[in-house]
Design a protein. Sequence first.
Lengths: 730, 730
Amino acid sequence: MHMFSRRLWLKSLKTTGFSSLCLASLTVLPAVCRAEPDSAAPQVKLVAPGIWRLRFGNPEEFTPTHFRSAPMDAAGLEAKASSRPMPLDPAKISFQVSDRGCSLHWPMKSDERIYGFGLHTELFNMAGQRVILKPTDKPENDLGESHAPVPFYVSSQGYGVFVDTARFASFYTGNVSPVGEPVKTSNGEIQTSTAELYRSRAPQVKTMLVDVPVAKGVDVYVFAGPTMLDAVERYNLFSGGGAMPPLWGLGVQYRGYAKYGAAETLALAGRLRAAHMPCDVWGVEPGWQSHAYSCSFVWATNRFPDPDGFLRKMNAMGYKMNFWEHAFTSPTSPMYDKLKPWSGNYLVWNGLVPDFASPQARRIFLRQNDTALFNRGIESVKLDECDYQPGSPKPWSFPLATQFPSGLDGEVMHSLFGVLYQQTMWQPYQDKGLRTWGMVRNSQALASPLPYVLYSDSYDARCYVRGLINAGFSGLLWDPEVRAASSVEDLYHRLEVAIFSDDAVIDSWFIPNPPWDQVDRAKNARNEFMPDRQSVAAEVRELLDLRMSFIPYLYSAFNEYRVTGKPPIRALVLDWPNDPRVRQIDDEFMYGDSVLVAPMFAGDTNRPVYLPAGAWYDFWTHEEISGGRSIEATNGVGQIPLYVKGGTLLPLAKPVEFIKPDTCFDITVNMVGEKPADFTLYDDDGLTTAYARGEQTEIELHADGDNHSLQRSGKYRGPERYKISGWTRF
Amino acid sequence: MHMFSRRLWLKSLKTTGFSSLCLASLTVLPAVCRAEPDSAAPQVKLVAPGIWRLRFGNPEEFTPTHFRSAPMDAAGLEAKASSRPMPLDPAKISFQVSDRGCSLHWPMKSDERIYGFGLHTELFNMAGQRVILKPTDKPENDLGESHAPVPFYVSSQGYGVFVDTARFASFYTGNVSPVGEPVKTSNGEIQTSTAELYRSRAPQVKTMLVDVPVAKGVDVYVFAGPTMLDAVERYNLFSGGGAMPPLWGLGVQYRGYAKYGAAETLALAGRLRAAHMPCDVWGVEPGWQSHAYSCSFVWATNRFPDPDGFLRKMNAMGYKMNFWEHAFTSPTSPMYDKLKPWSGNYLVWNGLVPDFASPQARRIFLRQNDTALFNRGIESVKLDECDYQPGSPKPWSFPLATQFPSGLDGEVMHSLFGVLYQQTMWQPYQDKGLRTWGMVRNSQALASPLPYVLYSDSYDARCYVRGLINAGFSGLLWDPEVRAASSVEDLYHRLEVAIFSDDAVIDSWFIPNPPWDQVDRAKNARNEFMPDRQSVAAEVRELLDLRMSFIPYLYSAFNEYRVTGKPPIRALVLDWPNDPRVRQIDDEFMYGDSVLVAPMFAGDTNRPVYLPAGAWYDFWTHEEISGGRSIEATNGVGQIPLYVKGGTLLPLAKPVEFIKPDTCFDITVNMVGEKPADFTLYDDDGLTTAYARGEQTEIELHADGDNHSLQRSGKYRGPERYKISGWTRF
């Protein structure tokens, strides 16, 4: 109970509305009073309860805090008041400046684990290695390069550290030895293999080393616990709070074939409706533009002769629209000459790279996008190709040596390009007081408030799950989208993960027919359908229906993310910090507060699932399972292993095909286990930012034995979103 | 004829003796008069005929030229006088400085090819990509990371460029587009695969971009042609001329099992002699030290109770000795406390990292190595682990943030560590006027004079050949050593490459018996020998004998390398710059001036061999083959495809098992084809640097039809090295 009452109090204090943000006001901390370089001790400043800023030397100007997407949620942080001392002792932090940048190191505990650093898909506990924070389009690596390299980590010691830099910083998480630390030498035995030579020569005393290129100083923010989850929540509130999706953003997105024009798109969209396949958002790929790679931001009238007519017809079918683009601006674009002085000095695919750090570039870029897209009322965008290729011999994006009129260089711009692009494209929605829910291929620090979900060209199913789990440590959202499938089984398993993610996307940009008609790409292109496509479609429909059932529950989790900073999808180690058996679990996750998800992969007939201590209930059989142990899941395809925590209320909706302005979810409240905690549903218009002005109603569900009740509070007066039609014992 | 007379004249001018070099005198160019940063036009200075220095901005202090291994060979360069204009137009070079460093770009020709950049094993023509110059222990990559990342390239336009930096510079060789260059847009067709999306969107106008981190200015040296070989020769003379091996250095090296002490080593060394297996150098692995990983530089008296006695017995068997070490200094080493103030501030394997850029560290380090090794008269060393691990999640070497007392940071030190370590360990030999021929795992620019051959832990046979070919572009030597073999056939093929390289090494550090007894590692460890080991040993002996036959010929090639800068092993494109069919050939090479080598690999039964225009002769059959075409080689194992150029003299020696102070090679001069060019043999003591004081005799071989003659000139008065016992038509 106390959690939700505190949340109410929070909201009354929370800063409202980001729509008036301009570049000049993005800096939350004054750029004055910077310390002398190489000073021995940092300036320490309490930023908010449980958050300290340690200023070392003379920090750079262009850092993540300089380009904040939203103000810090000071009220939310006040409400999370902490009396804990600073977790790091400034006296034990060594700071050095050199021509090539600056570095810091401090002692670690010998068994300290490190999580976070953004959207990693191969790494989990990152202690004992070097993590290099570079944006990449090849995230399946063990180096730390990712679609969202975030200089923030949480330590198993129960605190978080954010290094405010847009440089390609390296974190050595316990595998370097400063001279002067006590050492224990190896026995010096002679070895006859390189593996033996290099193994087990780890230092005995562990040190965290942070290497920041270029900068002659840096701000380090320390976030108190007591738990890692507390530190993550503080980081998200420091970032401005969690992103708030429109209700339709939680539905299913289908992205159509890239070569389709208006007529084929309308026909395919009609086929989905005729098949009653749940779908809220339709994604249009590059073909809408007269030139793509690089982009013209002008409609291709040969394929789309009547854009407004096309959009009207799609809207009439109930689709919200998402349009693909990247930022590189073709010489054929009408804005080219205007944009040129506000672009970087290298081209990408012969296109200009807009300097999104300059208000001029944002304005010119938005004006063209307004004309093409926003003024036509499209609901969201997909921002592609805004990442980098550090590990490629033939990188296609702008070189690190690029200079931008705002003063950013190519390295800083690559770190921030995704964030600045998101901010630019979010602006029209903020100006109109509308929510959006877009896609983006690159992000970085302080991204929690940005309503964009990361996606990838990479496609390893296990990496996709690990990415989903890791994203929650760093204020990121992740879309493990379904594209190709090696088999129908693979299609089901990939869909099972997609529906339990931040954005349920089926991205069919390279196949003319939906994958449930034909998973084989070549056959799909020839319109050769699978003989059992009807039953496959029925199975897919059931999975998408499952997503739709969870929308009210998920919407509550996102509201909580917004207000308290608690991520909707979390590694088990965030919820059970003291259970040693969850420390390395990177293939199970919490989805909201009640549901544990343990995906299966193509080829699996069974998998172990560790359930933390307490009572759990199999979602499908309702069988009670006692936790604190590993069980073997043998679920068939379509029935992803799901376990509901005992002592919770799980509201599930009757699935709808898509969300209309007057959609009212027909909800059954599942009472799971003994003494279920209260659950809050959030009722608002689902579309605008009026919730931030208090136009939201909380519906608190309460059950006590066979008695149950619900209590509404709040100022939302529009059509009701929820009808509670039943309470049932799980 | 004219070549050799010019060479004589050169020698009379050449600066002699490097033994008095000290750190203070290593800078060849004054560090004064540095330009203002970001100046529009570079300062241009003619450094030598055909070499210009372009100074941009304010260059860093710690660059390759600052730490030269030898003075520029000004006399050699004078002799190569050139009246060609500077190949690059300074007015077309754009220079930028930013916080993160500086960059330069200039136009390329659309069909320009780029070779060089050090010891690459996967790349060859490097046009159209990004080459990142980082030292690595994993050289088999396509990024540009290698054991010797050298910021020098030659262009097919017939010139060379050296960027004087120890930073991890990137070269974008024609795949970036500065704004302002004319562009041709693609057709903007909609694609449905990522491969299609990114393919063929290359810029229409090509640009070379050099990105130098940290530095606010840089010196660029331009080397005139007219051919790429001219540019390479000028670069090598600028570096101080090619390395000069002792005669024994061209023999065979065998490295013994790491766990063997003195007794087992002596027994094995005796077995090689009993088997009459050619071997000049015996390598002792880490076991000689009381602690290794990190190193004590103190004998392990349990394994080697009497070092001097051991060495005496090895010498008595005719072995020259090579000892393994790395630089990281164990706390158990007697020099630890003295070295500590002259070391980096991070440890490696709990050992100190000596600051070889400081004379103090060199002195302390050498004093201990003198005690252990040099004062005992050992002939050479193997310098291991001096590279870096940029692509590893768990790098073991010092971090880039390391600071050294001399002022170098970890990045610069990693670039130069191999070079500085080589210089340090070369010093005792220079002081005594002796030559050495060591091994090293990392090098960088201006390394031509260093008597160390690079080797690797990587082991791809094709990469080894490509490394051998690439090394010649950048003043490097490469040892494609034989370690494991997947089969007897693989052993033969690997040996075939090793004997036609700069150092013929069989490195059996992880097997107790020679590989010809047993190629299977596990069986070798159990002393289970191959049933046909006698015939395998005989075949191996024949291959090593072949190496020994070529020593006089190879010694001439190295003398030419020293004096004219012409590398002994060269890509075909260096000798035939105008033949379009050799432009991509990275699996054939010239060995000296007369012999083309085309290695075969395990599993091959045949291979195409391209022979440039002119007459060629099969080495084995003496059959004449007309060139300008590709032929099919079907050589069996043990008979590596070799082709002798028509119009040459090829002196071959009767093989000896090893080279003694009084060894006199019994030589047959093969007269190959019509009108053979003269050939010069070099007679000197083979051991000391007296040759540099003129104590060398040239023996010019001359043939005209059936008439042949030889002419001696020079001042060497020791025992004669060569007896010409026959002249024969090939």
